[in-house]
Design a protein around this ligand. Sequence first.
Ligand code: ADP
Length: 284
Amino acid sequence: MSDTDSLAAKLAHAQQEAQELRAELEETNRGVLALYAELDSQADQLRLATELKSRFLAYMSHEFRTPINSIRSIARLLIDRVDGPLTEEQAKQVEFIQQNATEFAEMVDDLLDLAKVEAGRVEISPAWFEMVDLFSALRGMFKPVLTNPAVNLVFEEPQDIPKLFTDDRKLSQILRNFISNALKFTAKGEVRVAARLEGPGHITFSVADTGIGIAPEYHGAIFQDFAQVKSPLQKRLRGTGLGLSLSKKLAELLGGTVGLSSEPGKGSVFSVTIPLQLEGAGAP
Ligand code: ADP
């Protein structure tokens, strides 16, 4: 074979290889495009499912409110003996109705809040406020529910914390969730609420308890909807498993994150870190 012939053969071979490669690439491309299309349609389905879930939750919670409120008011009338006396046993039973209706109302409120957040219908209204005022409002809110003398609720005096520009009601809702959980799962010791500056322009609020703690395998899932830890105490205490997921979503709306460190038997620290000034909210 001459040199030219062998060169031509090599060229033909290379051309064929290139063609095969191109065909293979085209096929892969088509596969990738088909996968993308499938992903897109799955994402659409997911979006639709989330929207339907939010709409269902919002509708259901809204519809539940009226009957729950009438149960609560009628129970109140009975407890106040407006229509005459009650026997001791009847009084106990009506109080039980009242207590359960109140718990139910709280669950419905949580569900409605969650549905609103998911549907993007929560308004953030930032304003300037002092940390001290937030802490004293929280202290006032929890005073009537501190029924266990073996647990102290401590608010650390904030040190050198400047004024904040964010939605104080949303922040308060997050902290209320953390504090009421901490009180629920702590039999003795203390629940300590503190705030410290974190990096440039951020603040971290922490709620530390000396309660039952949370096993590491639950740490990842605990901020998801309906997540509850399996424990004997959990069975005795009611809850929806929605408080923490709502807190996480509210923290994200404030431009922040939530965190948890916990050791079973020792206690837990729940925290929320947010910017001192909510960006894009017209802070001066
Ligand atoms: P729930 O309404 O059930 O309290 P949450 O979302 O607020 O819902 O909390 C989810 C679960 O996380 C609780 O049921 C509990 O098992 C666990 N948990 C939350 N906070 C604490 C805490 N401070 N100590 C121990 N367990 C906690």
